[in-house]
Design a protein. Sequence first.
Length: 236
Amino acid sequence: MRNQMVAVLLLCAASPAMAKDVDIECAGCQAAFDTVAEDLVSAIDYKAMGPAEATGIAGFGVGLVATYVPVDEEWETVTGSDFSAIGLVGLQVTKGLPFDIDLGAFYTTAPGTNVDVFGGEIRYAFLPGSTAMPAVALRVSHVVASGIDDFDLDSTSVDVSVSKGFAVFTPYAGVGYVNGAADPDPAFGLDKAEVKETKLFLGFRLGLGLFEFTPQFTQVGDVTSYSARLGFSFGL
């Protein structure tokens, strides 16, 4: 089972076309740049990667996370390189606080590129969940990418998620709103690409003692991403 989980994470992180930098190699390609921006915002936007339950003051978790986003030919127009997907891999940490509040943070990188991503969340489970009732939580998150010379990239989102545990299996789902942007250097003659889209996501947490495996499907606008987390947590 553990080997299968690791294989899923590696498949999500791997992208044979990602050994390239994400730089602008075009002028006046606004439509293509807008598409690339939406792909990037979908890739970096904060992924829940867990149930809505409040973990409590003793709650803590850390895991290896990976995200995979297929992309189209607009990437070659903008970057001059034949990208087929975006792959990110890194670490995510979560910590429970009093009053049904949880904090989370992550760092990911796109292997072989100039892209690093940092993000954080604050989550309030206004229905903390029980053996009989589902949990419902409100999350606010912010993410910033670094290492890209030609444009600034960030994403802010808010979402509501719901989950209900069944023994070792806890499915969850959520809906939210993403406000992201890619702001290029004026030298390229491109306008700031703003991404304002609805976000839908669903996944499940499989708990194996302290160890847990969490796959997640996310849709931001028209862009689909696939993520997975392998780690350990307690307090859930």
